[in-house]
Design a protein around this ligand. Structure first.
Ligand SMILES: [Zn+2]
Length: 179
């Protein structure tokens, strides 16, 4: 049985990784679906996160932002906007295009929900986990991710447009073909 969404108000932004190696980005949509199914099989209504970002910076919608996220760890995700980079960044480095995609999502969310880039943190700041990985977390700890988000907002924050129906199916097929 699947859980229900719980409403919340975004007050801060938290970065994750999937902790599943993504060595070939053509597998990104399949892995995204696999994570969603696993989380739903765990009793949650949808993927734990609001957005996923693949190695090439493509952004995938997870659960609605108005709904609180979920976690297997001990922190309370109420109020957290959750963006998750696909990959295992204890094991491999994060591609620049993926960082750029995460920056876009965070800049969009900061403007859309009126939260400061100063609230950006990593999952490990709240719970006993290495998430979002030793090769990604330093960008959060040293403030460089925050600075990139602030610069992106100053440039004019990105808009996220939702792709649906045949257009989305075609785009996913392109990604799965290596595009
Ligand atoms: Zn995490």
């Amino acid at each position: 049985m699947q859980g229900e969404f719980t409403e919340h108000t975004v007050q801060q932004m938290t970065v994750h990784h999937t902790a599943a190696e993504l060595t070939n980005n053509s597998r990104a949509p399949a892995l995204a679906r696999q994570h969603q199914r696993y989380h739903q099989d765990s009793g949650w209504p949808d993927l734990a996160y609001h957005f996923l970002v693949d190695a090439k910076g493509n952004v995938y919608e997870g659960r609605p932002v108005w709904a609180r996220g979920d976690t297997f760890t001990s922190y309370d995700p109420t109020g957290h906007f959750l963006v998750c980079a696909e990959g295992h960044f204890d094991r491999h480095s994060i591609p620049a295009a993926q960082v750029a995609g995460v920056v876009d999502v965070l800049a969009w969310a900061a403007v859309e929900y009126g939260v400061s880039a100063a609230t950006i943190a990593g999952h490990r700041d709240f719970a006993s986990t290495t998430c979002p990985g030793d090769n990604f977390y330093p960008m959060i700890a040293d403030g460089s991710l925050r600075a990139a988000v602030e610069a992106r907002i100053a440039d004019g924050a990105p808009t996220l447009s939702i792709w649906c129906g045949p257009e989305a199916t075609a785009r996913v097929a392109e990604i799965e073909a290596g595009g």
